[in-house]
Design a binder for this molecule. Sequence first.
Ligand code: ATP
Length: 199
Amino acid sequence: MRLKTLEISGFKSFADKTRIDFLPGMTGIVGPNGSGKSNISEAVRWVLGEQSAKSLRGSKMPDVIFAGSADRHPLNRAAVSITLDNSDHYLKSDYTELTISRILYRSGDSDYQLNGQSCRLKDITELLMDSGMGQDSFSIISQGRVEAIFNSKPEDRRNIIEEVAGVYKYRKHKEKAQRELDDTMAYLHRVEDIIAELE
Ligand code: ATP
């Protein structure tokens, strides 16, 4: 799996549609202070489902929409698309190329898309789970994150290690199955009570 392209439009400082092709051999993005390097990595995190406006240096999610500049009006829509080469089927999908998109309007309306089809955030989260690209994974380490990982609670650190090791998904499935089992046991006890009352 390889990151092929990133298309950003109306997101943070990228008012105009901007396409970045991550060609083989490309290892870095350089630019003067304030030119938007961090905004690019935040666009990647955002399109992959980031839900915390604070971790994107905002107070609410619409803060990611281009807020205007001296010579441009603010925009009402931010859109980011990421295209991944999945010819090795590293991500569990039949598609050899996957484009994930996220669109947000200032009104708060939003949409996620997978290869142009609207989908739920859950579909994207499940696609990326255990790939190392999911939310809170190690694939993007923002400024201050290393320190935050060192200072995090042991349970949170364990979640990170489980995500990297690929077992996080199974723990989540186990927790869901356990909840269903508990509900079923509660129903069973209720049925036993009713039978006892009738006898
Ligand atoms: P440094 O090298 O200092 O870390 P950088 O290249 O990583 O800088 P960023 O932090 O990505 O730069 O970009 C900061 C710029 O993005 C600032 O000029 C800021 O005004 C602009 N910016 C952030 N959010 C928005 C927004 N919603 N609308 C317009 N511009 C924005």
